[in-house]
Ligand binder design. Structure first.
Ligand SMILES: [Zn+2]
Length: 297
């Protein structure tokens, strides 16, 4: 099935906007469908309430479904951080998507199972690991003031970098974005350089870590988005960020097939109903009915 579909594509880029919501009439569209802010999800996987090295921020609710690759990656990287640096607090995982995707409260994206919010790893000011009590705002010095006079916690830069590194090298996902504040990015990148991490890994981290210009500064969590795979793109997964040069190119519809797609997408029921043009009277057809004949023989 996958090979047959891929045969309709040339390996360049995807035809953005070619796909619609999966319905029984669109059986070829499934998985992470559409854009992160305008998409849906089918066949999603559920992140458990907790696992090795992680816990869900919301025990209840509905926004803990994602692309199965994303859920698998989260479980794997949380386990990896816990193993590489044991004795820490769990990663606190915020919202993913609803089971069927679409709009969820508090978010404009998170609609196609490719977005997740990750709270910071934190310690006490004396660097004892502690579970992140919520989405605390980390300042440039790495400290976050807790509400109601609760003191401070400190960004656990070591574990946070381990998490970023594990995600960037995950076999399950390609990171498209990690939205985070410039201050936290600087702390993480400085730490990575001090560790002597490979320059291309640090460069990738600097590339995907981004303080968004059009939303909150993301100083209280990382909002991570994963890229579509080529196979997912064929099934309707679209965009959400740049196609970084280290990612596998996405296929593009061949022109002849694109034409068929466009023709198939034209829905006559959506066409405006045209008024019938005014008709010129026909002297014969429009002549008044003759009076009925009287009774005959
Ligand atoms: Zn988010």
């Amino acid at each position: 099935m996958k090979r047959r579909l891929l045969g309709a594509f040339a390996p360049l880029s995807i035809c953005a906007g070619c796909f619609s919501t999966p319905t029984p009439l669109s059986p070829g569209v499934s998985g992470s469908v559409g854009l992160p802010h305008h998409g849906v999800l089918t066949n999603g996987a559920e992140l458990p309430i907790s696992g090795t090295g992680f816990v869900r921020y919301r025990q209840h609710g509905t926004a803990h479904w994602g692309n199965p690759r994303l859920v698998r990656a989260l479980e794997a990287v949380a386990r990896q951080v816990a193993q590489e640096r044991p004795g820490g607090a769990p990663l606190v995982v915020g919202d993913l998507s609803a089971q069927d995707g679409g709009k969820i409260p508090r978010h404009t994206s998170h609609r196609s199972g490719r977005d997740v919010d990750l709270a910071w790893f934190v310690t006490t000011p004396a660097r004892a690991p502690v579970r992140n009590p919520g989405f605390v705002n980390v300042e440039a010095d790495g400290l976050a003031r807790l509400e109601n006079g609760g003191g401070y916690v400190r960004l656990d830069v070591e574990r946070q970098w381990l998490l970023v590194r594990a995600l960037l090298t995950s076999p399950d996902v390609d990171v498209l974005w990690m939205f985070a504040s410039r201050d936290v990015e600087a702390l993480l990148v400085d730490h990575a350089r001090a560790l002597g991490e490979p320059p291309d890994l640090v460069w990738r981290a600097e590339t995907v870590l981004m303080e968004p210009a059009d939303s909150l500064a993301h100083d209280d969590h990382i909002h991570m988005r994963i890229a579509c795979t080529p196979e997912e793109a064929v099934l309707g997964c679209e965009g959400g960020g740049p196609r970084w040069e280290w990612l596998e190119p996405l296929p593009v519809l061949r022109e002849d097939v694109a034409f068929l797609y466009d023709a198939a997408r034209e829905d006559p029921l959506d066409a405006p109903h045209e008024e019938a043009p005014a008709r010129t009277p026909d002297p014969v057809a429009d002549a008044p009915e003759p009076p009925p004949l009287g009774p005959s023989g």
